[in-house]
Ligand binder design. Structure first.
Ligand code: CP
Ligand code: NVA
Length: 308
């Protein structure tokens, strides 16, 4: 049976650990100048409804390093659901390619693609979640801190797609996740309920200092996500007290790391001083997108082989 990677739900801990181990191996291989051809002869289509630097480059380079071919499609190329239905696009693509990666507005576009395509679909960010980012972040934390278990991850800012993936991840890995957001910007209750049903340790507060206290990780993301641009001014006002700065960092553990999925708006959700400071690991996160996504693609492709 084919597997999709649309979120952490549907994956158990041992499967995600397999992917993380494979990512570590692929990272070592690359440093050693070895490129195992795990996607040799395979084609991957990369569909983007929104802009991207990291996701596009890491998937395109990742496919090529594994011996496959990537085809990049911009919003204008296919006009998902406008020029042609999402279902029909999926039924065309499955005849030509072995994997589909898509960055979409509506999360239902991804579930539609996954339902109608007989090949694995990977979520490259939707309005609901960004699991490739958070899996790469988990990998980065294991690398930097040796473990995920028992860490206190404080997310300061918007309960957006990245935060939702952290909440989902907390349902699989035993770390503590606390989100500090302004009133009115809390996670959807369904997202919290699903995580709590899997016994995730998730807390939501409006107090950024309380969230940061004794944190091992301070994480943030833009206040205004792609697609919300008309709310930018209001969000700048509402989120003003939810910035990672030197004062907030002092409340975290002395060896805390600072993370941001990027792109960053310096002076808004994070200060220049903190993102450039010695505790910041943002470019390690960006690098690890490459290794983790290669592992996701190879793992999903391997599952297809086993069930063919
Ligand atoms: N973090 C991330 O997904 O970056 P891009 O939007 O540049 O892909
Ligand atoms: N929350 C951000 C993440 C960008 C990688 C957005 O959706 O724009």
């Amino acid at each position: 049976m084919k597997r999709d990677f649309l979120g952490f739900d549907g994956f158990n801990r041992s499967e995600l650990e397999e992917i993380l181990h494979l990512a570590a191996r692929l990272k070592r291989d690359l440093k050693d100048g070895q490129l195992p051809p795990l996607l040799s002869g395979k084609s991957v289509v990369l569909i983007f409804e929104k802009p991207s630097l990291r996701t596009r480059v890491t998937f395109e380079v990742g496919v090529s390093q594994l011996g496959g071919t990537a085809v990049y499609l911009t919003p204008n190329d296919i006009q998902l659901g406008q020029r042609e239905s999402v279902a029909d696009i999926a039924r065309n693509l499955e005849r030509w390619v072995d994997l589909i990666m898509a960055r979409t507005f509506a999360h239902t576009t991804l579930t539609e693609l996954a339902r109608h395509a007989g090949v694995p679909v990977i979520n490259g960010l939707s309005d609901r979640s960004h699991p490739c980012q958070v899996l790469a972040d988990c990998f980065t934390l294991i690398e930097k801190r040796g473990r995920l278990d028992g860490l206190r991850v404080a997310f300061i800012g918007d309960a957006n797609n990245v935060a939702n993936s952290w909440i989902e991840a907390a349902g699989v890995f035993p770390f503590e996740f606390v989100l500090a957001c302004p009133p009115g910007y809390e996670p959807e209750s369904a997202v919290l309920a699903a995580a709590r049903a899997s016994r995730a340790r998730v807390e939501v507060t409006h107090d950024a200092l309380a969230a940061a206290r004794a944190a091992d990780v301070l994480y943030t993301d833009v206040w205004t996500s792609m697609g919300q641009e008309e709310e930018t001014e209001r969000r700048r006002r509402d989120f003003a007290a939810y910035q990672i700065n030197t004062r907030l960092l002092r409340h975290a553990n002395p060896d805390a790391v600072v993370m941001h999925c990027l792109p960053a708006h310096r002076g808004e959700e994070i200060t220049d001083e903190v993102i450039e400071g010695s505790q910041s690991i943002v470019f390690d996160q960006a690098e690890n997108r490459l290794h983790t996504q290669k592992a996701i693609m190879a793992w999903l492709n391997d599952r297809m082989k086993k069930h063919r």
